[in-house]
Design a protein. Structure first.
Lengths: 341, 279, 291
C-alpha cells in the first residue's frame, strides 16, 4: 500500500527508469494486410495501454521455423498466432502448450465448443469456413456439393491449392476422402478423386485464388468465406460463396503460449483480451471472420453470412491435424506425383 | 563497304542509305526492351486502377493507392530502411568484393578456381537456407537480430556479384597499359589508383548496382532476420499481399522502382558505366 | 603475363571477403550441414540422434520426386541461362556501343527496372499477362490466331519466362562492361580488311566478349538453380525444383534437417558445375594471352 507522498517521491527520483524496468514486452505474431492494420492501429495500442506493456508483433511469416530455431527457455515468441495445422506441428516439437483452459484465460468459458475441442491446440479466436467460391455470371448453378467442383464443364476452369504448402488444399484433400470415400482419413479415395479433378489450376495461397476468381480465370474454386465476402458493398463482384451440403472445413485462427515464455500471465491476458466481445466484433467485421466467443453481437450484414449461431457452427468440420501431419511427407510426395503434368 | 581506319563507327553509319541491318538491330533491341518493361507497365496500370483488387483491363485512373501507400507509416518506414540498408551494403560490397576480385585475378592465390567458386556459392543456395542458417547462427551465438546483422547478411549475398563482374572486366584487361605507366615512372600505388582502378570501374559499378538492387529487393534472407517494426519493404509487401490483394502493393512497387532508379542514376553519374579510358 | 608460383602481396586483398565468408557463410552452413546428419535440432531437442536418413531419402528416392526435382532444377537453370544470354547479349551490345550519354542512362534504367519491381508484384504482373484470361491470350483470341487459350502459365514455360525476365538485367550488366572494354577499332580493322558486319562481329567481338558471356551465364545459372519463390508462384505443381522442396521443408514441413541435406546436395552439384565453368574461363582467357 503506497501513499501519495511515497509515489511522488518515487516519481521525483527516477520514475522513467523505474517504469521502464517494469514495462514488460510481449512478443506475438500477427498476420499482415487488413488484419495487421487493425491490430496495429487499434487493438494493440489499447492492449498496451491497459496492461502497461509493449507488444512486439512479428509479421514476417513463416513463424514456426523461427520458433523452432530459438531456444526453448528463451523463445522468440510468447504468443503464437497461426492456423490449426501449424499449432499441432509446434506441439509435436514442444514449442507450444497442449491445453489452455478457462483457468488461464477466463473468456474461454464463453467460446463455442469448437474453439477448445480436442482437435485444437491452444485457443481458437476466429474461424472461417472453407467451401466453394464461384462466379455468378457464368451460368453456373450455386454448388450444393463438393462433387460439383468435378463437373466436366469446369475442366480447366476450376481452382485448387498446392497441397504441400497450403492448409486449405490439405483440408480439400481430406474432404475428398469424406465425399468420395469412407471419411476424412480415406486417402485412397481422396487420391482417386484428386486425379479426376485434373485439369485444375493450382495456386500457393488464397490471395491468388481470389485473383483467379475475380479475373474469371477460374469459375469455381476452393476458398474460405472471408476471401469472398470481403468484396462487399462498393467492391461487390460477381463472385459468391457456397457451403456444400457435406459440410465446410474450419480454417481456424489459433492463439497459443510458448512454455518457455517469461511473461506467461501477460500472454494469457492477451488471449483473454482477444476473446473480449468488443475486440472480437471489431476484428470480425474488419476481415469477415467468424468470432469464437458466443457472446459477440455482429451487425446484421455480417451476422447473416458468418457462423454466429450454434446451428451454423455445427456445419464446421475440424480435421484431425495430428493424424495428417504425421503423414504429411508421404501425402506431399504422392499428390505431387498425381498432379504433375 | 569499307571505312577509313581512323573514322569512328557512327560516321560510317551516317554515310549509308537506309541500313536494313542496323534497323533490324534496333528493332530487335526495342522488342527486347518491351519484354523487359511490359510487366512494369502492368504494375503501373494496377497502381492507378481504382478497383480494390488486381484486374485487367483497367477501369480508370486514380491515385488512391499512392495515397494509401504514403499515408501508411509501415510502408514508408520499410522503404527508408530498405534504402539505407541497400546503400550501406553497396559500399561494403564494392570494397570487399572489389578487393577480393583483384586478389583472385592478380594475387596468384593457390586454388584460384576453387576459391572463385567458393565465393560464388551464396548465389547457388536457396536464400531461404541462407536466411535460416544465419538466423540459427545469430540465435546460437546470442547476437539476436540487430540491423548490422541484416546488413552483413545482405553483404554476403551481394559480394559475389561484385566479384564476378569485376573479374569479368579484369580478364579482358590489357596489362600493357599498366606496364606502360610503370615504365614512364609511375609508382605501383599510382599505377593502381590512376590506371587500374579507372579501367575496372565499369565492372565495379555494375557489381555495385547489383549489390544495391539485390539488397533492396532481398526477400528470403530478410524474412528471417528482420524484427518487428524493422522490416524491409519486400517483407512488408509480401506479408501484406498474402492477406490483401489491392493496388497498394503496386503503388509501393512503383515508388520503390522510381526511388531505386534515382539512386542508380546518381551512381551512374558519379562512377559512370561509360566512364572508361580509351587509348 | 605475370608468372610465378608465390602469391603476390595483392593476395592479401582477399582477407576481408574471406573473413566475411568464414563468419557468415562457412560457420552457419557448417552448423546446418551438421544438422543435416541429425534427426532434429540437437541444441534444443535432447532426443535428436545422428542419422544419415535425410541423405538416404534423397538418394533412394522411394517417393519418386527427388531425383526428378534435381533434374528439373538443372534443366530450368540451363534453359533460363541460354534464353537470358540470347536476349541479354543484343541489349548489352547496344548499350555498350551507345554514344549518347542520355540514351545510355535511359536504357540502363529500363534494364534495371525489372530487378526493382519486387518479387510479389512482378509475379502478379506476369499472371496478368500470361494466364488464360491474360493479356496475351485475350489478344490472340481476339485476333483469331487461336481459339483456345495457350497454356502459358502454371508450367515450365511460365516459370522460365518469369525467371528470364528477372535475370536478363544481370546478364546485360555483366556483359556490357566487358563489351564496352573491347576496342571498337578492332572490329573496324576487320571491316576495313573486307569482312562483313556479321563476320567482324562473330570473329572479333564475340570471342573477345567470351569471358563476359561465361561470367554472365554462370551468374544467371547459379541464380536460377536457387530460385524458389518465382517457380512456386508461376509453376503450379507442374514444376517442382529442389529449392522449392527446400522451401517447403523449411516453411511447411518444419524439417530443417532434411532441408539442410537437400541444400548440401544442391550446393555440391552446383559447385562441381561452377568449378568446371571456371576452368574453361581460365583456359580461354589464358589462350587469349590476357591477364
Amino acid at each position: 500500500m503506497r501513499s501519495g507522498a511515497g509515489l511522488a517521491a518515487i516519481a521525483a527520483v527516477g520514475a522513467p527508469s523505474i517504469l521502464h524496468a517494469q514495462t514488460k514486452t510481449l512478443k506475438i505474431t500477427t498476420w499482415g494486410g487488413k488484419w495487421g492494420d487493425v491490430m496495429k492501429a487499434t487493438v494493440l495500442p489499447a492492449f498496451e495501454k491497459e496492461f502497461k506493456c509493449t507488444v512486439s508483433a512479428d509479421q514476417a511469416f513463416p513463424f514456426v521455423p523461427k520458433l523452432q530455431a530459438s531456444s526453448k527457455t528463451d523463445p522468440i515468441y510468447d504468443v503464437l498466432h497461426t492456423n490449426s495445422n501449424e499449432q499441432w506441428n509446434s506441439l509435436s516439437e514442444g514449442l507450444v502448450m497442449a491445453k489452455i483452459t478457462a483457468k488461464e484465460v477466463p473468456n474461454v468459458a464463453d467460446v463455442y465448443p469448437y474453439a477448445v475441442s480436442d482437435k485444437i491446440v491452444g485457443v481458437t479466436i476466429f474461424t472461417s469456413a472453407i467451401g466453394l467460391g464461384y462466379r455468378t455470371d457464368k451460368g453456373l448453378a450455386k454448388p450444393t456439393s463438393w462433387k460439383d467442383l468435378a463437373d466436366p464443364k469446369l475442366a480447366g476452369a476450376r481452382g485448387g491449392y498446392i497441397i504441400p504448402v497450403n492448409s486449405l488444399g490439405q483440408c480439400h484433400l481430406m474432404m475428398l476422402g469424406k465425399v468420395y470415400g469412407k471419411g476424412l482419413t480415406d486417402l485412397d479415395a481422396a487420391y482417386k478423386a484428386l486425379e479426376a479433378l485434373k485439369p485444375i489450376k493450382l495456386v500457393d495461397f488464397t490471395g491468388q485464388m481470389e485473383k483467379m476468381l475475380l479475373s474469371a480465370e477460374v469459375s469455381m474454386g476452393v476458398i474460405h468465406d472471408s476471401g469472398v465476402y470481403r468484396y462487399d458493398g462498393p467492391n461487390m463482384q460477381p463472385v459468391d460463396f457456397a457451403s456444400p451440403s457435406e459440410g465446410v472445413l474450419a480454417l481456424e485462427q489459433v492463439l497459443n503460449v510458448t512454455p518457455g515464455s517469461k511473461v506467461k500471465d501477460l500472454a494469457f491476458g492477451y488471449i483473454d483480451y482477444m476473446l473480449r466481445p468488443d475486440v472480437q466484433k471489431l476484428l470480425a467485421e474488419a476481415v469477415w471472420y467468424s468470432p469464437a466467443n458466443t457472446k459477440v453481437k455482429l451487425d446484421a450484414k455480417y451476422d447473416a453470412k458468418l457462423l454466429t449461431t450454434p446451428a451454423k457452427v455445427a456445419t464446421l468440420i475440424q480435421p484431425d491435424w495430428k493424424w495428417y501431419n504425421a503423414r504429411k511427407e508421404d501425402i506431399d510426395a504422392r499428390v505431387t506425383k498425381i498432379l504433375k503434368g | 563497304m569499307s571505312a577509313p581506319m581512323s573514322a569512328p563507327m557512327s560516321v560510317v553509319a551516317n554515310k549509308r542509305p537506309f541500313d536494313v541491318g542496323h534497323a533490324a538491330y534496333l528493332a530487335l533491341n526495342a522488342l527486347l526492351l518491351t519484354f523487359l518493361l511490359a510487366p512494369i507497365a502492368i504494375v503501373l496500370v494496377f497502381a492507378l486502377n481504382p478497383t480494390p483488387y488486381i484486374s485487367f483491363p483497367p477501369v480508370g485512373v486514380s491515385l488512391r493507392w499512392f495515397e494509401k501507400f504514403f499515408a501508411g507509416t509501415e510502408f514508408m518506414n520499410a522503404l527508408w530502411l530498405s534504402l539505407w540498408v541497400a546503400s550501406v551494403v553497396l559500399v561494403l560490397s564494392i570494397l570487399i568484393g572489389g578487393a577480393c576480385a583483384l586478389a583472385l585475378a592478380r594475387g596468384n592465390l593457390p586454388g584460384r578456381a576453387f576459391l572463385t567458386a567458393f565465393f560464388m556459392s551464396p548465389l547457388m543456395l536457396p536464400a531461404i537456407l541462407t536466411g535460416l542458417a544465419l538466423f540459427q547462427a545469430y540465435l546460437l551465438s546470442g547476437i539476436g537480430r540487430p540491423v548490422w546483422g541484416l546488413i552483413l547478411a545482405h553483404t554476403l549475398v551481394a559480394v559475389p556479384y561484385v566479384i564476378r563482374t569485376t573479374l569479368a572486366v579484369l580478364h579482358n584487361f590489357d596489362r600493357r597499359i599498366e606496364e606502360a605507366a610503370a615504365v614512364l615512372g609511375a609508382s605501383p600505388a599510382r599505377v593502381f589508383f590512376e590506371v587500374t582502378l579507372p579501367l575496372i570501374r565499369p565492372g565495379v559499378f555494375a557489381g555495385g548496382v547489383f549489390a544495391f538492387i539485390v539488397s533492396f529487393d532481398q526477400f528470403p534472407v530478410s524474412l528471417f532476420l528482420v524484427v518487428p517494426k524493422g522490416e524491409t519493404l519486400p517483407v512488408v509487401l509480401f506479408n501484406y499481399m498474402k492477406f490483401d490483394l489491392d493496388g497498394a502493393i503496386a503503388a509501393a512497387s512503383m515508388v520503390s522502382i522510381l526511388l531505386a532508379l534515382s539512386v542508380v542514376l546518381v551512381l551512374e553519374r558519379l562512377i559512370g558505366l561509360k566512364a572508361y579510358v580509351k587509348l | 603475363m605475370i608468372s610465378g608460383a608465390r602469391p603476390s602481396p595483392i593476395a592479401w586483398l582477399v582477407a576481408p571477403a574471406a573473413l566475411l565468408f568464414v563468419l557468415f557463410f562457412v560457420l552457419p552452413f557448417g552448423v546446418m550441414a551438421m544438422m543435416s546428419f541429425y534427426s532434429g535440432n540437437p541444441v534444443t531437442n535432447p532426443n535428436a540422434f545422428a542419422t544419415t536418413r535425410h541423405y538416404e531419402r534423397f538418394i533412394f528416392d522411394t517417393a519418386g520426386i527427388y531425383h526428378e526435382a534435381l533434374w528439373s532444377t538443372l534443366s530450368i537453370g540451363l534453359v533460363t541461362t541460354v534464353v537470358s544470354l540470347l536476349i541479354g547479349y543484343p541489349l548489352a551490345h547496344w548499350m555498350a556501343r551507345m554514344q549518347s550519354r542520355l540514351g545510355h542512362a535511359l536504357v540502363l534504367m529500363a534494364v534495371i527496372a525489372p530487378m526493382l519491381t519486387g518479387i510479389v508484384v512482378r509475379t502478379f504482373a506476369w499472371m496478368t499477362i500470361l494466364q488464360d484470361k491474360g493479356v496475351i491470350n485475350t489478344l490472340l483470341i481476339q485476333w483469331g490466331l487461336t481459339d483456345k487459350p495457350l497454356p502459358l502459365m502454371y508450367n515450365e514455360f511460365g516459370t522460365v519466362v518469369a525467371l528470364v525476365h528477372i535475370y536478363v538485367p544481370f546478364m546485360v550488366l555483366t556483359l556490357t562492361g566487358v563489351i564496352g572494354r573491347i576496342d571498337e577499332r578492332l572490329e573496324q580493322a576487320a571491316r576495313s580488311l573486307g569482312a562483313g558486319r556479321v563476320r567482324a562481329f562473330v570473329e572479333v567481338t564475340l570471342p573477345l566478349s567470351l569471358p563476359g558471356i561465361l561470367a554472365g551465364s554462370l551468374l544467371v545459372f547459379a541464380l536460377s538453380i536457387s530460385a524458389y519463390v518465382t517457380p512456386s508462384l508461376m509453376g503450379g505443381t507442374n514444376v517442382l525444383t529442389l529449392p522449392m522442396l527446400i522451401a517447403q521443408q523449411v516453411g511447411t514441413s518444419f524439417n530443417p534437417n532434411f532441408a539442410g541435406a537437400l541444400g548440401v546436395i544442391l550446393l555440391l552439384v552446383s559447385l562441381a558445375i561452377v568449378v568446371a565453368y571456371n576452368r574453361i574461363l581460365a583456359r580461354l582467357s589464358g589462350e587469349q594471352g590476357m591477364a
